[in-house]
Write a protein that binds this ligand. Sequence first.
Ligand code: SF4
Length: 413
Amino acid sequence: MTVDVVTFGCRLNAYEATVMRANAAAAGVADTIIVNTCAVTAEAERQARQAVRRLRRERPDSQIVVTGCAAQIAPDRWAAMPEVDRVLGNADKLRPDAFAPGAPALAVSDIMQVRETAGHLVEGFDGRARAFVEVQQGCDHRCTFCIIPYGRGPSRSVPVGAIVERVRTLVAGGIREVVLTGVDLTAYGADLPGRPTLGQMTRRLLALVPELPRLRLSSLDPAEMDEDIFRLIADEPRLMPHLHLSLQAGDDLVLKRMKRRHSRATAVAVAERARRLRPDIVLGADLIAGFPTEDAAMFANTLAHVGEMGLTWLHVFPYSPRPGTPAARMPQVPGPAVRERAARLRQAGAAAAAAYFVRRVGSAASVLVEAAGRGHDAHFAPVLIQGLDAPAGRVVDARVTAAGPDALIAVAA
Ligand code: SF4
């Protein structure tokens, strides 16, 4: 009995791969390969198709099961591939009986009808140091470049009690830092009784798990950050002074055509407020280069946004059309221009990070060790600690002695 999982795309897919592997093993399946697809770009789907064909050539007798967002969005297209034996939707793939003998070849529920989370907390680990806990799933928004809601369904949240219980267990097991994640994290709680906000849930979690040393929030929508998040930024030292914002662009017309909920001014106001409340806070962001109809002036606004927001950690995505999204039907920016703009944004990001490393020389750093002599500090700066012999998962105090090309250089304090 062998169960292999080939997974594409996001952390959520990676978490779910561990659940599927365990369920398939428990079901005692024979020689099985699960291909857990991503649909965020046409390229991601092409790679999964290629993998299916290669795996069939390499293992002609294996059962090949295709799951994930691409399977959820277009199950018939995958079922039509001669190499494929079964197709499972995103809700179906996590059912404990999904791999039971005699299970149907095609099991793809209407994801828009799914209301509950997977019933178990999906989580993942960064070695023994950090645990990612998914507290929210799906999305009710319809950004014009995004296919995720069609693969993941409506927004749904894990009840606070289940999160508290899980985090307690993780900390008892040695985890020192928990990252709360979701597809649209700031939508947390809107579907739960009493509609607890993300900030309220986080405050309750920290109050009920005083032994948790460090908590981090993954990507936040600047238009949906609730008051309690700002209060935590101001008065909760265990909330790490690092926010990752889902900005996508810095031009109001582009943001409007993306169907984002914030304006350039909103984002700047959020950044300024966070800095007033916690002056050492560090901001990261996702930005898309070359969104359809973006001209040179609009791109210049996005490039300038890096500076006006004081962004330090940038994730840059060159736009690629996703069939089935409204943006794919808009006038496209030529490929060379998309790549050139992405390169300029990445350069701006690298320059911002380098300048930040220089400013940190001489400062103190609280570093979560991830592997021999390296880790990330509270601001999510990568740190190399010279001469440190501490195991992964230990939080150590250090002093920054130099700015490296892509990390802080430090010594244990
Ligand atoms: S908020 Fe927008 S980009 Fe994010 S998952 Fe929802 S539709 Fe996609």
